[in-house]
Design a protein around this ligand. Structure first.
Ligand code: ADP
Ligand code: CIR
Length: 341
């Protein structure tokens, strides 16, 4: 482990003596405590954030630590700020993120959702997880047209098919060590599964890090199509399911980085020249308010100079604004790549 990165998490920074004293003995309706919330950051000293919520109430009862973490991650978002959603695709500034079709391999937008009143992945019990799965599967069966598809539970899935879905970037794996410590892998793989449309451009992950990850993706840079398909899916599902939401924190997620829009809009983009100096690439992306990941999911490495670039802030920014920020930022990266040696 890189020792310089030890104990740099937002959790560690804000886990003050006052927090320890005031929150000792506090427990949410799902029996979730401060120790449960911070376990991932304590066990993984290289965490960037290091704290998870077990349910909606975690954000209220443990606000003394969540509030400063949220403020620091989401661009200064204050406990008095209110979140506004905007899924109006007319406001997007471009149809494609890469009109020449040379750099962007694929485009994906996902949002996270959890059902109101239920335990989130770090605290949900086995029976409740099964119930959530059933409710979500019922709602998914009402999707029609290009969004209609089938649900495939991971339990009992043919191993070759499962591996192929993961390799092709459609399916999630068991959570990494950060999620494992948070308790999100309990009873794996029961209650988890994937729904996808026939063309695999609309997908829903069930009971991963969040109970739902609603996903729209396709090859190339066609961001408007991806966005419109996603908002159509969200609209239909929210008619059937009550999602955990507050005016202050937007859609509630197990990881505080995903609050608000709970949206990560990403491209897999070829940046072989800029990628020769990854630290420099990360610094540029930080300036552009973008995150850099490898192409096989969070905490993975780049392959062949292709990077996963996405919006960092998800709370206190609307969906259209977050996507427009990505469009502009990736445009800048492509320009820099063209000029690089
Ligand atoms: P999340 O988007 O849910 O935060 P990950 O970073 O773990 O999670 O990515 C989940 C999966 O989605 C991985 O297989 C990753 O390769 C794939 N993925 C993410 N962005 C894109 C993209 N723009 N094109 C293709 N696959 C993508
Ligand atoms: C961490 O703290 O590093 C992990 N729990 C993941 C946090 C969310 N991901 C991110 O900010 N890229």
């Amino acid at each position: 482990m890189n020792t310089e990165k030890k104990h740099q998490s937002l959790m560690k920074k804000h886990h003050t003596e006052s927090v320890k004293k005031n929150l000792a003995g506090v427990s949410t309706p799902h029996g979730f405590t401060l120790d449960d919330a911070i376990r991932s950051g304590v066990e993984n000293e290289d965490s960037g954030v290091g704290i998870y919520a077990g349910d909606e109430e975690s954000y209220v009862l443990f606000s003394e630590i969540f509030d400063p973490v949220i403020e620091e991650y989401h661009g200064g978002y204050k406990p008095t700020d209110m979140h506004t959603a905007d899924l109006d695709s007319e406001k997007l500034i471009a149809d494609s993120i890469d009109p020449d079709g040379t750099f962007v391999v694929s485009t994906r937008i996902r949002v996270g959702r959890n059902l109101k009143g239920t335990g989130f992945s770090p605290a949900i019990k086995q029976d409740e997880r099964r119930e959530v799965e059933q409710n979500v599967v019922n709602a998914l069966s009402t999707l029609s047209g290009e969004l209609s598809g089938e649900y495939y539970p991971i339990l009992g899935m043919n191993e070759e098919i499962r591996e192929r879905l993961v390799t092709d970037h459609f399916l999630f794996k068991q959570g990494d060590r950060f999620l494992a410590s948070a308790g999100a892998n309990r009873d794996w793989p029961e209650g988890r599964g994937i729904f996808h449309s026939g063309d695999k451009r609309f997908l829903v992950w069930v009971n991963e890090e969040d109970q739902l990850r609603i996903i729209s993706m396709q090859e190339g840079g066609g961001i408007r199509e991806v966005f419109e398909r996603l908002s159509g899916g969200i609209r239909t599902l929210q008619e059937k399911l009550a999602f955990a939401y507050t005016d202050h924190l937007g859609y509630l997620s197990s990881c505080p980085t995903n609050l608000g829009t709970a949206m990560r809009a990403s491209v897999h983009v070829k940046l072989p020249k800029l990628g020769k100096n990854e630290e420099h690439l990360k610094r540029i992306c930080k300036e552009l308010k973008l995150s850099v990941r490898g192409i096989n999911g969070e905490h993975s490495d780049s392959e062949g100079g292709v990077y996963d670039i996405s919006n960092k802030q998800r709370l206190g920014i609307s969906e259209v604004n977050a996507v427009n920020l990505l469009i502009r930022g990736v445009g800048t990266l492509i320009m820099l790549e063209k000029c690089a040696d």
